[in-house]
Design a protein around this ligand. Structure first.
Ligand code: NAD
Ligand code: UGA
Length: 480
């Protein structure tokens, strides 16, 4: 029986391996992690991540051909194929700080594989890594190999959170990069055979190593670029009276452009877009391509501009101060259907409002008080380390309360900001909410989820990203 092990039981390692176990009953899959808390959670009734459909898949396979363990070395030693899906944070110190990927966790995983291996292995890069990482990993493995053969493959993951299980069951493509040598081709075939259990072979793309590594960074950069493009348009729409949804619809109808990923928002978040683009920018700079680096950097600058613009809009609309005012924040996760808050735009928006001395009451159906307090007190990029290695803040952020329903959050508030597009925010009883708020009552919709006309009829002053402005807002321009 083929044995697979995955180092890293996170958002990628857990769901990816669960689906491999589901679709390949003849393969034994072990997911291992240095975090005991994470592994305990995978082995409990409350999984460490919220992802629709994940519980069912895990329940079906656990105890049969899927296990979660902290015994990293044992499972690595026993496996034929070792996936590595560990954190690849942005460096915060030293060469390339603020841009380059920190490969500490990857390197320590590679050294451990070399240490414990007693048989030949295929080592698969599942984490998103800089181009040419496979070369470095190959060097670490072969210089410590004791005569064992290691084949390195790049198999980047394209799943999106919130839809991870359906993305994994029905991927647009699976990408496998390997060396163009007989051993490299054999390794590619072995991994292709795993995916071929459920993915049509014409969707399994095989390339050289560097194309696979770069394609992952390129795909995330293109996706993020679309959002920054539509968000840049949203600012122009507000200035001109155009409606960004209508513009996006008209633009997306062109089959060469397509309709997806054109929703204007308060900004993109998530663990990867910013990190991967910064990494791409650094690689461009290192390769003597400053113009290309500047081009991609702009995608992040527009994203930061969009968040700042949103905060400024709130403050300027509310008589240029939110000091001491209660603002209800609806939604904290970086998108709906996940409890993940990594790089969520809510962090920057909340920090901006706290900077202007607002009192925040935050509600998100999937994010708890602990997480929100950690996020608001953590330094940039510190979140992307294994949980037990993250610096803990000694104090919680004052002026922030976290509540468990939207009505408590909005009671007596001066304004509401919608920062995640949870479906339940569409159908709240806004008349009741209006009655319980201070007047004038404002709604700042950073995700275009509410029916603005209906809310205006109730009496709210409404700001929707990229939509024609209320007269009230027109008179109070948000200068970023
Ligand atoms: P994560 O933080 O959820 O999981 C990483 C896990 O690796 C953690 O549980 C950590 O404890 C563990 N770990 C770190 N070093 C280890 C070691 N030496 N030995 C054993 N375990 C170790 O991260 P994630 O979201 O799963 O992302 C993992 C990688 O996949 C990153 O490179 C990311 O860029 C990439 N990726 C993420 C997504 C996503 O949607 N989250 C999608 C595609 C690609
Ligand atoms: C993204 C990519 O979609 C995945 O293909 C990739 O594997 C993953 O990054 C990764 O490498 O980590 P994810 O971050 O989970 O997936 O979620 P997305 O659906 O891409 O959303 C990212 C952010 O963009 C969210 O904050 C979302 O609200 C925002 N967004 C998305 C918009 O503002 N507008 C849109 O039209 C789409």
């Amino acid at each position: 029986m083929v044995k697979i092990c995955c180092i890293g039981a996170g958002y990628v390692g857990g769901p990816t391996m669960a689906v491999i176990a589901l679709k390949c009953p003849n393969i034994q899959v072990a997911v291992v992690d240095i975090s005991t808390a994470r592994i305990n959670a995978w082995n409990s009734d409350t999984l460490p991540i919220y992802e629709p459909g994940l519980d069912e898949v895990v329940k079906k396979c656990q105890g049969k051909n899927l296990s979660f363990s902290t015994d990293v070395e044992k499972h690595v030693a026993e496996s034929d194929i070792v996936f590595v899906s560990v954190n690849t944070p942005t460096k915060t110190q030293g060469l390339g700080a603020g841009k380059a990927a920190d490969l500490t966790y990857w390197e320590s995983a590679a050294r451990m594989i070399a240490d414990v291996a007693k048989s030949n292995k295929i080592v698969v890069e599942k984490s998103t890594v800089p181009v040419k990482t496979a070369e470095a990993i190959e060097k670490i493995l072969t210089h410590n190999s004791k005569g064992i053969n290691f084949s390195i493959l790049s198999n980047p993951e394209f799943l999106a959170e919130g839809t991870a299980i359906s993305d994994l069951l029905n991927p647009d493509r699976v990408l496998i990069g390997g060396r163009e040598t007989p051993e490299g081709k054999k390794a590619i075939e072995a991994l292709r055979d795993v995916y071929a259990h459920w993915v049509p072979v014409d969707r399994i793309l095989c390339t050289n190593l560097w194309s696979a590594e770069l394609s992952k960074l390129a795909a995330n950069a293109f996706l993020a670029q679309r959002i920054s493009s539509v968000n840049a348009m949203s600012a122009l729409c507000e200035a001109t009276g155009a409606d960004v949804s209508q513009v996006a619809h008209a633009v997306g109808k062109d089959t060469r452009i397509g309709p997806k990923f054109l929703n204007a928002s308060v900004g993109f978040g998530g663990s990867c877009f910013q990190k991967d683009i910064l990494n791409l920018v650094y690689i461009c700079e290192c390769n003597g391509l400053p113009e290309v680096a500047t081009y991609w950097k702009q995608v992040i600058k527009v994203n930061d501009y969009q968040k700042t613009r949103f905060v400024n809009r709130i403050v300027s609309s509310m008589f240029n101060t939110v000091s001491g005012k209660k603002i209800a924040v609806l939604g904290f996760a970086f998108k709906k259907d996940t409890g993940d808050t990594r790089e969520t735009p809510a962090i920057d928006v909340c920090k901006g409002l706290i900077g202007d001395k607002a009192k925040l009451s935050i509600y998100d159906p999937q994010v708890n008080q602990d997480q929100i307090q950690r996020d608001l007190s953590m330094k940039k990029f510190d979140w992307d380390h294994p949980v037990h290695l993250q610096p803990m803040s000694p104090t919680s952020v004052k002026d922030v309360s976290v509540v468990w329903d939207a009505y408590t959050a909005t009671k007596d508030a001066h304004g509401i900001c919608i920062l995640t597009e949870w479906d339940e925010f569409k159908n709240l009883d806004y008349q009741k909410i209006f009655n319980d708020m201070q007047k004038p009552a404002f709604v700042f919709d950073g995700r275009n989820v509410v029916d603005a006309e209906k809310l205006r009829k109730i009496g709210f002053i409404v700001y929707s990203i990229g939509k024609p402005l209320d007269d009230w807002l027109k008179d109070m321009p948000a200068v970023a």
